[in-house]
Design a protein around this ligand. Structure first.
Ligand code: NAD
Length: 451
């Protein structure tokens, strides 16, 4: 295994050879990536099961299926994305034309978390390939089986000077970050995001940060309660709540709070049975540290439903908390587990100001049949990405940019936004040599000089 600096140098040399730039090369590599995922679907699902007890259905839906869809989307549109974009030129620039060329950054570092270990490594990689770059991928050490499989599959499919996978934890990532990259794409917690940004600043490397936060869901009095409960329960319990865009806590209008709470409980039972800890398809918590952390969050509020723990299986039952205040531990940080605090509210204005007092969330969900409420929330609350009367599905639309804002991230990807994320908009003005305007030099003898 070469040292990190040798690896980066070999990628830089490969990039500078121009090998990654042609449309044909990019398409071939996207094809290879598609085959890598399609041919190894069973191995991928097995690794997800070993790391997280993820069911085949969840693994396919949230990891394999979307990656394949993104690759197909990129293949379909790559030619048009790569075309230089002609833009308007003001009359003051008479004789010239203006274009934007999407220039690959070069050598990229993609650092990923453990919760969707294939999705969050390979979806950015699609953007890196489509953009004409090289990439080093650093999966999370906490999803060890997935990390090992990714390493093996990528090493078999691609030469290391083009795409390489480096396994390891904080020490290895810290060492990697000493190197000079042309772009760093990081997905993970906001606290480590600061470390990444600070390391990148040493080389003035551009960064894309896909971070986390507390995502509110609001259910107003006009909402379709059973549907809101079903979609929130599903969005919360996918991957046992270990999803960056899962609804974190729910504000429910006081007039419907009891009905909603009962519906939410019923939908959770519907999804994972009344014995969720015996459900073989219920995802486990990634490790004991996180299970202990989640257990600590149950202290304070009333456990309305759930709360049971199976330490051996590292599982926490779907849990609903009531009598919750902002002082409770569960409201301090991102929950990242199957715990749902419900907060009743009387005034939407108060809800909006409370949410605005917090860091800008990665996602916000609103359940309402009221158009004014929808417009007010979208207009007044800053958030990265959101859903009206739905949860999570915004992630799976490649036409929507996916990313946070402020402490939940900066930059976005998916579809054309991934291509843009991994390329620099190089702007070029081409001036005519057929004539010259002396006016521009501050000379006014003759307005036009034919050359
Ligand atoms: P994490 O920040 O602990 O780890 C992410 C990556 O950073 C891992 O590869 C890890 O090895 C590396 N890392 C850890 N410590 C480091 C250090 N000191 N220096 C350098 N690198 C280090 O995050 P996690 O626990 O794997 O993932 C959970 C978090 O990720 C949650 O906050 C979640 O919201 C967020 N997340 C965000 C998105 C998104 O798309 N915005 C997606 C998934 C997860």
């Amino acid at each position: 295994m070469p040292s990190y600096s040798e690896l980066v140098a070999s990628q830089r040399m490969f990039f500078q050879s121009g090998a990654t730039r042609s449309y044909e090369f990019r398409m071939q590599q996207l094809d290879k990536l598609y085959v890598l995922v399609a041919d190894n679907e069973l191995l991928i699902l097995k690794a997800l099961h070993e790391d997280l007890n993820k069911s085949e259905l969840e693994g396919f839906f949230a990891d394999v299926g979307y990656i394949k869809y993104e690759i197909s989307h990129a293949r379909k549109h790559l030619r048009s994305w790569m075309k230089p974009q002609r833009v308007k030129t003001p009359l003051t620039h008479f004789g010239s034309s203006s274009k934007i060329f999407r220039d690959p950054y070069g050598v990229n570092l993609i650092i990923a978390p453990w919760n969707y270990p294939f999705l969050l490594t390979l979806t950015p990689l699609i953007g890196a390939i489509a953009g004409g770059n090289t990439a080093i991928i650093k999966p999370s050490e906490l999803a060890a089986h997935s990390s090992e499989l990714l390493h093996k599959l990528l090493a078999n499919a691609f030469p290391p000077e083009y795409i390489a996978c480096v396994e390891g934890a904080a020490d290895e990532t810290t060492a990697l970050l000493q190197e000079r990259f042309d772009h760093i794409f990081y997905t993970g917690s906001s606290s480590i995001g600061k470390i990444i940004m600070s390391a990148a600043s040493q080389h003035l490397t551009p960064v894309t940060l896909e971070l986390g936060g507390k995502n509110p869901a609001i259910v107003d009095e006009s909402a379709n309660i059973p549907l809101a409960a079903r979609r929130i329960a599903w969005g919360k319990l996918l991957n046992a709540g270990q999803t960056c865009i899962a609804p974190d806590y729910i504000y429910v209008h006081r007039s419907i709070e009891q009905r909603f709470r009962e519906s939410l409980r019923d939908e959770m039972i519907q999804l994972h049975s009344s014995q969720p800890l015996n459900n073989p398809d219920y995802t486990s918590i990634i490790n004991d540290r996180h299970l202990n952390r989640l257990q600590g969050l149950l202290d304070g509020p009333t456990v309305y439903y759930g709360g049971q723990i199976d330490r051996q299986k590292r599982m926490l039952a779907p849990t609903i908390l009531t009598d919750v205040s902002w002082e409770h531990a569960v409201m301090q940080d991102e929950i990242f587990g199957p715990i749902t605090p419900i907060l009743p509210y009387d005034s939407l204005g108060d809800v909006i100001s409370q949410i605005k007092k917090q860091e800008k969330p990665l996602a916000l969900y609103l359940f309402t049949e009221n158009k004014q409420v929808k417009q007010q929330v979208i207009r007044e609350v800053p958030f990265g990405t959101g859903g009206i009367n739905d949860t999570l599905f915004q992630f799976m639309n490649p036409h929507l940019p996916f990313g946070g804002v402020g402490s939940s991230g900066s930059g976005s990807y998916h579809g054309v936004h991934s291509f843009q994320c991994f390329t620099h908009p190089k702007s070029v003005l081409s001036q005519t040599t057929k004539f010259d305007l002396p006016l521009r030099y501050g000379k006014s003898k003759s307005a036009l000089q034919i050359i």
